[in-house]
Structure formats: C-alpha cells, structure tokens
Design a protein around this ligand. Structure first.
Ligand code: ADP
Ligand code: MG
Length: 235
C-alpha cells in the first residue's frame, strides 16, 4: 500500500500573507504566496532586493511567521504552532546559513558550532563527537580553536555551515551564502552545498544574487511582485 505522504511536497506554502508595520505604515510583502518544494530538492531563489526573499526564508525557518495562509514542512504546520513548539521544531529540523556568517566573535570555531547543541539534552561526549563530525565534513578540523577573526571569509562560512548541520536537520536554508566571498571561496562553498544535497540528501533553499551560484541548484525560482516564477529550462 502506498503512503499518502509520498505525494505531499516536503515544503508547502499556500496563500501566504505577510506584511510589516501597522495602519498607514503597513507594507504588504506577500498577499497570496504559493510554493511547493520536494524532499531532497536544491532550490535557488533569486529576485530584486526588497522582494521578500529573506522574509520568505525566515518564515520557512520558523524565525518569522506568516500573517495568514498555510505553511507546512514535513509533518509540521508552522503557521499554527505555538511559539514554544516552533522554537523546539527549529532546533531539530532546520539549519540556517547567513551571508555574514553570524558567528560570535569571542567564541572559537568549535564553540560556535556547539551553540545549537546547548539547547538539547546532550552530554559533553555526545556534543564533542557531533562537533568533530561536522568539522571534518566541512574541512575545518584544524581550525577548531581559532576565533572567527583568525579565519578567512570562506573558513568562517564553513563554520557557519557546520553550525547549521550539527543538529542533523533535513532542511538547510541559506541566505546569500556566497554574498560576502571571493569567487574561489564562493565556488568551494557551492561545491560543499552540492555535496550536502547530493550525498547527504539535505533539502536546500538558497537565496542568491549570484547567477553562478544558482547554477548549482536543481531548480531556480524568481521572486517578483509577491509571486514565484519558475525559471524555464530552455537554453
Ligand atoms: P529581500 O531579502 O528580497 O531583499 P526582505 O525580505 O529583506 O527582502 O524585505 C522585503 C521587504 O520587507 C522590504 O521592503 C523590507 O524593507 C521589509 N522588511 C523586512 N523585514 C522587515 C521588518 N522586520 N520590519 C519592517 N519591514 C521589514
Ligand atoms: Mg535579503
């Protein structure tokens, strides 16, 4: 017997509404946004500045909430979850990678990577082992005791990716992950994201301005005037 869930997209946004501000100052970002993403997809989202790419990504990550509509990821209905349930969900189901890495400057690489684990009920040895695994995965084991200021941009982004992976989430959200990097480091980061998608089966949604970075994705979407348009495959 086939499982009904096989036919449901992993990520589903339907009729999403989102605005910022109140009254006369109110700006509607989305009035009716729809999106479906399958498990294991690698999706690049492009679009003009201010079109709502980060807002959309933050809703997928449970950092920001829609004002209306339906948003589900896997079995979770993010739109109707309590704040506490959402925080708990985020801790195990999603990893977020930022343009400017968002590392704490006074913590070493290993301590930055450890942060998401401190919210979990894990012993010191289990934490150590997970940190070592993800540091090996992204190739920064030799830099574990370095502070962010002692690392190149590319190395800092590897630490950012390791921190996003340490809870072993199914979904990785990346907001312009190569936006602050030179071409060579950007290519290394994109090769790594491709590996995480192809070999570890992570579902990736990546916002980018960089057309070259977007070529690593299996699907390219353009966000414009509150709606997604699929980029055609015609050459
Ligand atoms: P993008 O990432 O595509 O550049 P954003 O999602 O950051 O776009 O922003 C979309 C719009 O929402 C912009 O007009 C921005 O000014 C506004 N916006 C984003 N976040 C907030 C916020 N926290 N408060 C008020 N307005 C916001
Ligand atoms: Mg943005």
């Amino acid at each position: 017997m086939s499982d009904l869930n096989d036919f449901q997209p992993f990520i589903s946004m339907t009729g999403i509404r989102k605005s910022y501000g109140k009254g006369g100052q109110c700006v509607a970002i989305f009035e009716d946004l729809d999106l479906e993403i399958a498990k294991g997809d690698f999706v690049a989202v492009m679009g003009p500045s201010g079109s709502g790419k980060s807002t959309m990504l933050n809703m997928l990550g449970g950092i920001d909430r829609p004002d209306g509509g339906r948003l589900s990821i896997g079995q979770a209905r993010l739109d109707s979850m309590s704040e506490a349930a959402l925080t708990h969900w985020r801790g195990t189901h999603v990893g977020i990678v930022f343009q400017f890495y968002n590392l704490l400057p006074m913590l070493t690489a290993a301590q930055n990577i450890e942060l998401p684990l401190l919210l979990k009920d894990l012993g010191r040895t289990a934490r150590r082992s997970r940190i070592e695994t993800v540091m090996r995965l992204v190739g920064i084991s030799e830099r574990s005791a370095h502070l962010p200021s002692q690392l190149s941009g590319g190395q800092q982004q590897r630490v950012g990716i390791a921190r996003a992976l340490v809870s072993d989430p199914q979904l990785l959200l990346c907001d312009e992950p190569t936006g602050d990097l030179d071409r060579r480091s950007a290519t290394e980061i994109m090769e790594m994201l491709r590996f995480l998608n192809k070999e570890l089966g992570k579902t990736i949604v990546m916002v980018t301005h960089d057309p070259e970075a977007a070529t690593y994705a299996g699907r390219i979407l353009h966000l414009n005037k509150g709606h997604f348009e699929e980029q055609g495959l015609a050459a």
